[in-house]
Design a protein around this ligand. Sequence first.
Ligand code: GAR
Length: 193
Amino acid sequence: MKSIAVFASGSGSNFQAIQEGIERGDIDATIKVVVTDKPGAYVTERAAAKNIPVLALSPKAYDSKEAYEQAILAELRKNEVEFLVLAGYMRLIGATLLEAYPNHIINIHPSLLPSFPGKDAIGQALAHGVKITGVTVHYVDAGMDTGRIIMQRAVDVVEGNREETEAAIHAIEHQLYPEVLKYLFNSSENRVR
Ligand code: GAR
């Protein structure tokens, strides 16, 4: 059973999908802590409803990114967290966490990478007029959405309709992220050591 932390900055619907995958018995993991850089984010309420502790630290309260990540790292170590799952965490991971968790951090991004990295991937896809976009789960490296791709799924763009496109992407995310975690943690090949 993997001990994981989920990092989120917003609503936390992906956090919830992962937790429900664990509750169904699909994912061999336990979420030790939800880490957020936005103390008021809705994910904190979703975590409380699932009785999962929240670490809410505002980066502004720290002198540097390193100091901020050291504070997170201390809590992750206390909880013996082995693997980090970014789910709408809108901040680049720095050297402190990357060096502490080499190849043990993954992220979900709402586009078919390498298209549309960074902020507002869905808006970028609509602005470019692409007909197909999608969802990518990938390992995290020092770049912006550049790490090795684990799984992707395509989603049709609903032309000129951001709301419907977004809803279709979220629905796929809520299937894909639990599937990836199941694949990584339950494999007899032990894909994550
Ligand atoms: C998700 O769509 C995720 O792919 C995106 O933020 C949303 C979070 O939703 N992440 C990024 O854009 C990362 N660059 P949630 O808080 O409801 O899980």
